[in-house]
Design a protein around this ligand. Structure first.
Ligand code: FAD
Length: 235
């Protein structure tokens, strides 16, 4: 996917470390926490990259939630990845939102509009029952805002069987591409169609559980569910 310039904030936040300084197409990068938080909050899936004890890199998809300056993760205490994280294995968490397919007149300049975040660091294990419960709530509310108040909260045993980890949002970067393809000047007269196919995460008709108790209507957070939209290209 080719890169095209993204006009960034006139006084951009500096990278918090050299490791998260964008080298390639750095004009598309951002270290602005508002940009980063918005991407973390909209994304439904995060990928956790670790190098295991045999030196094998492994990238595992998972759910996440941001709460203030932390990204929470949760899973079975038997999860190999979460166990490694709780032992201090360095991690790279990445989230990606794809906003459009960018069709150029040349094969080379095809691209994608996207917003992504890369977070480096080490996770800490959340052990306190109150913070663990709050992390659970954050994850449920991140996925379906409004859901927590309608469901049975986890029992002590359920909490014990679940590992909750937190990664501080310190060493972090965002990268954003918006807008039209950038073709070579001489290619603009070619007969190929060019432009953007916008993409969104869309819901389909709800599928109520056949065992749903009679008389329970679907809540608005389910019927009206949507993830917030992509940024408008700047002109
Ligand atoms: C949906 C999607 C499709 C893409 N397709 C391609 C493709 O086909 N080919 C291609 O070359 N690139 C693609 N990119 C861009 C790609 O993610 C990298 O930014 C780019 O390849 C440069 O990699 P690098 O290792 O040289 O980054 P560097 O700039 O050397 O990375 C240095 C630091 O910059 C930050 N960084 C780099 N990339 C990102 C990012 N995407 N989001 C947040 N922080 C970042 C990280 O902190 C990283 O540690 C795509 C991105 C997305 C989201």
């Amino acid at each position: 996917v080719s890169d095209a310039p993204h006009s960034s904030n006139p006084t951009p936040a500096p990278p918090p470390s050299d490791r998260v300084r964008l080298r390639r197409k750095r004009e598309r990068g951002s270290h602005d926490r508002a940009v980063i938080d918005q991407i973390l909050d909209e994304a439904l899936i995060a990928h956790l990259g670790i190098v295991d004890e045999e030196g094998q890199p492994c990238v595992i998809p998972t759910l996440h939630a941001r709460q203030d300056d932390l990204v929470y993760l949760h899973g079975s205490t038997a999860s190999r990845t979460l166990r490694a994280l709780s032992e201090g294995t360095p991690v790279c968490l990445t989230v990606t939102l794809i906003d459009g397919l960018v069709l150029a007149r040349s094969a080379m300049h095809h691209s994608a509009n996207y917003r992504s975040v890369v977070l480096l660091g080490e996770a800490t294990s959340v052990e306190g029952p109150a913070e663990k419960l709050a992390a659970f709530e954050a994850i449920v509310e991140h996925i379906v805002p409004g859901r927590w108040r309608d469901v049975r909260p986890p029992t002590d045993n359920e909490l014990k069987a679940t590992a909750v980890l937190a990664i501080p949002i310190n060493e972090v970067s965002a990268k954003v591409r918006v807008g039209q393809p950038i073709d070579d000047e001489e290619d603009y007269s070619l007969p190929a169609w060019a432009g953007v196919i916008p993409l969104v995460t869309q819901t389909l008709a709800l599928e109520p559980d056949p065992r749903l108790r009679a008389g329970i209507a679907a809540p608005a957070y389910a019927t009206d569910y949507r993830r917030t939209g992509s940024p408008r290209p700047r002109r």
